[in-house]
Design a protein around this ligand. Sequence first.
Ligand code: ZN
Ligand code: ZN
Length: 215
Amino acid sequence: MEIELITVGPFEVNCAVIWGEAKQALIIDPGYDAADIGAVLRANGLTVAATLLTHGHADHINALNELHTAHPAPVYLHAADEKWAFSEKNQIPPYYPVPVKPTDEINNPCPNAVGSKPWKISDLSFQALETPGHTPGGVCYWFKAAGICFTGDTLFKGSCGRTDLPGGDARTLTASLKKLAETLPPETRIVAGHGEETTMGHELATNFYLQRFQS
Ligand SMILES: [Zn+2]
Ligand SMILES: [Zn+2]
């Protein structure tokens, strides 16, 4: 599995382009700079198999429409965030306008209560872990075989997502962090929505918000 990370937009979101031998890519969080994402696709001879969104905030989805227009493919966003992600509530002036909904068919990556149904898209397998708290529809995408998890704004290196934005809830986020601590092996690489890469083991040992869950 190949991964290329692109830092996009004014809030420096980590957008990931992931592909296997089939050269059909998953794009995680196309927050901005659709042209830069398109350049990675072209440089590696990739088509887009799907776009996976960790949550609905504008900084993570603002290039979705432009990218989808150029490379139509299924979009995955939790239903609890789809409700407001394309509404006026989700603009961040002066940085991000209201995100444009690219298609009426938005798929929920966590359609059942457990939220951990294994997905296979093209030759890429992953699980969508429901991790609300930063937003009601937060999702982490865990590529178990490759040992990497994309945690969006749920877990950061040395920190966790804020819960003071609309729909955020600190207790819910704590439960989601506990779920990650109990689910992800310590060697798992963590690529968060912003900032540097880390591992689950490093966070369990050093991250104030996770230390209480250390077994
Ligand atoms: Zn966010
Ligand atoms: Zn963010």
